[in-house]
Write a protein that binds this ligand. Structure first.
Ligand code: PMP
Length: 286
């Protein structure tokens, strides 16, 4: 089945889908995005992803491209037209097309909307989770508004590439006080030797991950001790376990940090349990 992309009202073959060169997403990264998991053909946590999209748009004063109901239908249609059973759906909204000036364009400029979907192989992902992934640390160098899911991802791109070149899957940003903020495309977690799950509060310095929100619920339901507080890189090195969360990877165990093993150096029981139970708690769109 050939890939189809939704671009500003049209469903187009992926190869032919394009946006105008003066789209502000292209010129200024002036836009926001969301990535939502697709499982068994259904969107996972669509409501929270669209809530976060609304918030990102509001914070940047970009108008919504269409009603939430209409957007839900487009997401579903893109998933259907691409025959995605397991994978993800990506949506991007920009401030639209206008002559290149930094200041906002005329208020009646329509925002641009692009939606794509892609397949993932659950077996491959489970195999990765069984082994766990490597993480490196990099200095935090992003702007303070990382709570907005904006398209401006240059520091994240460079961090991810540094991770790849070091043979790792993810990079953790570390601030000047030694605290881990989050990953280049995930939230960061540790499990202390005392068995407490620790993750940074979502109030500052991180994106409020939707997977993170669900995992907090799962942790409570499974009776784990959960501490929402910042943790340092030094604390992470001494942790019993570590893991990352994102819609694309769910709960992914971290087994090495900057080349040194975390805990026993293989996925721990807490991360494994949270991963296994995740979909018992995540909301599914019919
Ligand atoms: N932080 C960053 C910087 C991210 O890019 C992502 C992935 N979108 C996350 C956290 C995790 O968010 P979510 O669980 O909503 O995918």
């Amino acid at each position: 089945m050939s890939r189809i992309a939704y671009v500003n009202g049209r469903y187009l073959p992926h190869q032919e889908a394009g946006i105008h060169i003066e789209d502000r997403g292209y010129q200024f990264a002036d836009g926001v995005y969301e990535v939502c998991e697709v499982r068994h053909g259904h969107l996972i946590e669509e409501r929270r992803h669209l809530d976060r999209l609304d918030r990102s748009l509001r914070e940047l004063r970009i108008p919504a491209p269409m009603s939430r109901t209409a957007l839900g239908l487009v997401l579903k249609e893109v998933v259907r037209r691409n025959g995605v059973i397991n994978g993800s759906v990506y949506l991007q909204v920009t401030r639209g097309v206008a002559r290149r000036e930094h200041v906002f364009p005329a208020p009646d400029t329509p925002p641009s909307l692009v939606v794509t979907a892609r397949r993932a192989n659950p077996a491959t992902q489970e195999a990765t989770a069984l082994h766990g992934v490597a993480v490196i640390s990099v200095p935090e160098n992003r702007w303070p508004r990382v709570d907005i899911k904006s398209l401006s991802l240059l520091p994240n791109v460079l961090a991810k590439q540094a991770a790849k070149e070091a043979g790792a899957r993810e990079a953790w940003f570390v601030d000047t006080d030694g605290y881990v903020t989050e990953g280049a495309s995930s939230n960061a977690w540790i499990v202390t030797r005392g068995g407490a799950i620790v993750t940074r509060p979502a109030e500052a310095g991180i994106l409020r991950g939707i997977t993170r929100t669900v995992v907090v619920e799962v942790a409570h339901e499974l009776g784990y001790q959960l501490e929402e507080r910042p943790f340092t890189l030094a604390e992470a090195r001494e942790a019993a376990e570590a893991f990352i969360t994102a819609a694309s990877t769910l709960v992914m165990p971290v087994v090495t940090l900057d080349g040194s093993p975390i805990g026993a150096g293989h996925p721990g029981p807490v991360a494994t349990a949270l991963r296994q139970r995740f979909h018992d708690f995540a909301e599914v769109t019919a």
